[in-house]
Design a protein around this ligand. Structure first.
Ligand code: TSB
Ligand code: ZN
Length: 581
């Protein structure tokens, strides 16, 4: 796992100081450069720079690093000064970016700045005492970044870097980054022909290729079986709805900026749906319900469309067209806790099956000040938030809280994971909702014959098939477990002239047994085909030569294993069957 540099106080300070060192070096090499902000982030630091007409390319980073090393060797002291607002405005009067920062500080703030040699920067600090303490750093990349993150503003250049206390830590970190690049699902997804994108279809709209489709189908079958056992009913609903549907649910008011724009057909106004809850609410409402019917669990592998900024879309991990492993559970207030527990237990079970170990539970709460996003009913929110805390405490699940991450309709329990590249994302989610059932006027008859409003739990175990597949590609580095692998067994006859008939017989037998096999009878050397089988990460490679033909056996190599094992075909089939979930 990577160290979180932001949270480690020593690393935080040296990375922050290194951002200043970077800025000083850039100023030496590009005297017209102006600097916006240079914060510490989880992965190190960056600085946003306005270079006017100049452009810094990745190939320029070495030159900047060299200048940083020179400044560091010179070893100037870093000292702090505190200024009044007037003094600060005077000191930075030729720098519009710093003036902007100063003007946005409230009057009570102590304004501090740090000087090292010929470079001064506005900064809260703290910093190391001298630039000579900054020795083990690396600039990683340069990219564009809008001023204040707003696409209407000017594009600045952002240089990323990282700094450590010693060379070993830096090396370890750089190795991790290299390894992460190899695990990146976008790289493996292309190599293994799992998905593709095309400009004519659009950004964030992946096309699942046959190999990806197999993985997705396996995931669907796997979770469908699990949900079935827990009493879910699955449905199919359209991936559009009328604007009125989303006005009723509240998405139109609270979620519009995440939705594709409205389209008109005849006189009706439609949207591509961003969520499936409204459709499922209507299915619930299709019948009268008694408390005896609850909980009702409606599941769907449902396609949704969401607006994600073009800079944010990423492979299968963040898409604009996604398929949720969704369900809405309609429960009585008394059933909330048990039902919530059942969902959390299912999440844990699935993670165990997939060997997912590094994840964090996040309790996502509303921001009380944000009256625009969150409906205003303190009692409802407090009740819902406390219920979730109780369940987590009873299950003894460690979690952290995040204000402002709740859905507009209620608090959530999210599972956070770290992709190979980039910030953490949410995989599974389980959400409590007292609002939508009211807006859709849902009801059930309680045991006194009175009408009551059910509570809804929204949950997605995989999150979306898209994001989960991206994550599993990175977790397995593309070496999928046998049950999930697009091709499970690669059959290689040693010599086509003598062994192909036997290989074909084995291949057919594997297909008859419902395994996904490939017959590699290309006129290539056996060593070459075996190496390729390893590169393609097929779980099993069968090598069939004269010995196997004579003895009616097969010899196999398991992915990641050098050893060759010889068994009868029936034994082999039994071995693989045990690996199918
Ligand atoms: C769980 N209404 C609920 C549902 O009933 C809902 O839509 N929740 S959600 O907004 O949190 O989305 C569910 C899951 O979809 C998230 O946990 C996340 O794993 C996944 N997801 C969200 N946005 C994207 C995206 N742009 N690309 C891929 N997956 C996404
Ligand atoms: Zn929902």
């Amino acid at each position: 796992m990577l160290k979180n540099i932001k949270e480690d106080s020593n690393l935080n300070i040296i990375n922050h100081s290194c951002a200043h060192l970077l800025a000083q070096a850039v100023k030496h090499l590009y005297p017209k450069a102006l600097f916006w902000v240079g914060p510490v982030i989880e992965e190190g630091f960056y600085y946003d720079i306005d270079l006017g007409a100049d452009v810094i390319k990745d190939t320029d980073l070495e030159k900047i690093e060299k200048e940083m090393k020179k400044i560091a060797k010179d070893g100037k002291r870093i000292y702090r000064e505190e200024l009044t607002k007037e003094e600060a405005l005077e000191r930075f009067k030729n720098d519009p970016y710093k003036i902007d920062l100063i003007n946005n500080m409230d009057n009570a703030t102590v304004i501090s700045c740090y000087t090292q040699g010929d470079f001064i920067d506005l900064c809260r600090g703290p910093h190391v005492d001298s630039v000579k303490l900054l020795k083990h750093f690396k600039l990683l990349k340069v990219s564009g970044a809008y001023f204040k993150g707003d696409s209407k503003n000017k594009m600045l250049q952002r240089i990323y870097g990282v700094c450590f206390e010693n060379e070993e830590d830096l090396k370890e970190h750089l190795n991790y980054l290299e390894e992460a690049k190899l695990r990146d699902h976008r790289k493996i997804g292309k190599e293994q022909e799992i998905y593709m994108n095309h400009d004519l279809v659009g950004a964030g709209m992946p096309l699942w290729l046959p190999n990806g489709a197999i993985i997705r189908k396996q995931l669907e079958n796997y979770i469908y079986k699990k949900e079935n056992k827990l009493g879910y009913s699955h449905v199919y609903t359209p991936c559009v709805g009328t604007v009125d549907l989303y006005k009723t649910s509240g998405h139109w008011d609270h979620y519009k900026e995440n939705m594709f724009p409205m389209m008109k057909i005849d006189e009706e106004e439609f949207v591509l749906r961003p969520m499936n809850c409204p459709h499922h609410m209507l299915i619930y409402k299709n019948k009268l319900h008694s408390y005896r019917d609850l909980p009702i669990r409606i599941g769907e592998f449902a396609t949704d469309f969401r607006y994600e900024a073009s800079g944010a879309v990423k492979g299968l991990e963040r898409v604009r067209c996604m398929c949720q492993n969704d369900a809405h559970l309609f429960v009585t207030p008394e059933q909330i806790k048990d039902e919530f527990k059942q969902v959390v237990t299912l999440i844990l079970e699935v993670y165990k099956d997939f060997g997912i170990k590094n994840y964090k539970f996040r309790l996502s709460l509303r921001d009380k000040e944000d009256k625009e996003k969150y409906f205003d009913d303190d009692e409802m929110w407090n009740n819902a938030e406390n219920k979730l805390r109780e369940v987590l405490d009873e299950l003894k699940i460690p979690y952290f809280e995040a204000i402002g991450e709740a859905a507009f309709y209620g608090p959530k329990l999210d599972v956070e994971v770290k992709p190979a590249v980039g910030p953490e994302v949410t995989l599974s989610t389980c959400q409590l909702d007292f609002l939508l059932p009211r807006r859709f006027e849902l009801s059930y008859i309680d045991n006194n014959g009175d009408k009551q409003v059910p509570v809804v739990i929204h949950r997605a175990i995989f999150g979306t098939f898209d994001r989960f597949t991206a994550f599993i590609i990175e977790e397995t580095k593309g070496a999928f477990p046998t049950w999930l692998a697009p091709i499970q067994i690669n059959v290689i006859p040693v010599n086509n002239e003598f062994h192909l008939d036997y290989a074909k017989k084995i291949y057919s037998k594997l297909l008859e047994n419902n395994f996904r096999a490939n017959l590699d009878n290309r006129e290539e050397k056996v060593g070459y085909r075996m190496r390729e089988s390893v590169i393609k990460k097929y779980p099993y490679t069968l090598i069939l030569g004269q010995k196997e033909v004579d003895n009616n056996t097969i010899s196999y190599r398991k992915q990641g294993n050098e050893e060759t094992v010889t068994v009868s075909i029936d034994e082999f089939i039994n071995i693989i069957k045990k690996e199918i979930i």
